[in-house]
Design a protein around this ligand. Sequence first.
Ligand code: PMP
Length: 461
Amino acid sequence: MTLISTNTPTAELQALDAAHHMHPFTHNAELGEKGVRIITRADGVWLNDSDGNRILDAMAGLWCVNIGYGRKELVDAAARQMQELPFYNTFFQTSHVPAIALAARLAELAPGDLNHVFFAGSGSEANDTNLRMVRAYWQEKGQPNKNVIISRWNAYHGSSVGSGSLGGMKGMHAQGGMPIPDIHHIEQPHWWAEGGDMSPEDFGLARAQELEKAILELGADRVAAFIAEPVQGAGGVIIPPATYWPEIQRICDEYNILLIADEVICGFGRTGNWFGSQTMGIKPHIMTIAKGLSSGYLPIGGSIVCDEVAEVIGNTEFNHGYTYSGHPVACAVALENLRLLDEEGIVTRVREDTGPYLKEKFEGLTSHPLVGEAKIVGMMGSIALTPDKASRAKFEADEGTVGFICRERCFANNLIMRHVGDRMIISPPLVISKPEIDMLIERAWKSLDECHAALKEKGLM
Ligand code: PMP
């Protein structure tokens, strides 16, 4: 057997990785040639790699390590629960303390009458639950034809067949027969890229009214639900114009359409409130949760469901569930994570202190020649790279070419920022301090300068 540890030389680890490990959302052959970066330890907002670099993680892993790395309290919570009850299911007339406690705590934190939790192992699984739950709901109410779910192009709702169909990523749909039937996509409220000559306010309204048009075309008696992220994350951190959500809420109310808010990224403090729905002023019937729920320390997701939907679903046997629905160790860790976020005032700090500080610095990036707009809410933000700010022009090179160059410069400067097309995005751990925010901005600025120089050198602008 090959013995491997963090002391194994990087080149050897890279060779083994290339030989045996298939990475998600990756061109694996290309990665194998290039060699992966191997992360070995982390604390706070800092990652260590196998070459001894200290890297500022401005993405909180995959938008999930809200509490920051290295919290012993979460390790202890997991160890205690593993010793007491490492696993039991919640299927056949049984429950356990961690699942009960977490469901009750989520009901307290969630707004309005979102009082019921169906657990899953991930965001994708939770959205699969939602897909089935809203259809079962209307079926149970005697309207089985009300089964179409409307979503948006460039939304991300997960990578399973169901959640990938709900999502609007065309590259995903192109592989593997998605979307499944009765999912309908409308255009997104992405003013910078698609707003043309309209004001952001008019454009937001117009894009919301696409929902009404779709409902009228399909027939309100066929539309079960509308699903959306309060702020699109993986699509490029697209913060909709202020006119968008109130109009969506009006339309859902008027046509009796269930509203599903996918809070997988926006939940648990990311936007400065416990949930993005609160920041955007919407009242969903169901919220999808994952990621920040456990700060990524263990995999767990779920659906927080309103009284009415839970009652209707509760009146039948809902033939759905996962082995790890309400996994006791994941629940115990999530509960401890929520305690720390609350008792340490982390969500409030994002809203009132570090969030506004980051906003001011982040928006300052617009004075860089490459940056057209910088948008941020709480601790999720994005900048648009452009060769011409006034016209919001795209680069001539294929979309994503410039974003990739910029990301590579960030990587070289020990800053993890992601690119979506030619947008650069951040979503740091919520515990990031003001001096660390200063470092983030300094490194971003340096990377933008280097990117700018590289573009000129390559004749890309
Ligand atoms: N919904 C949203 C909004 C997401 O951002 C993600 C993951 N990035 C998912 C769902 C899927 O979650 P998971 O990867 O845990 O399945």
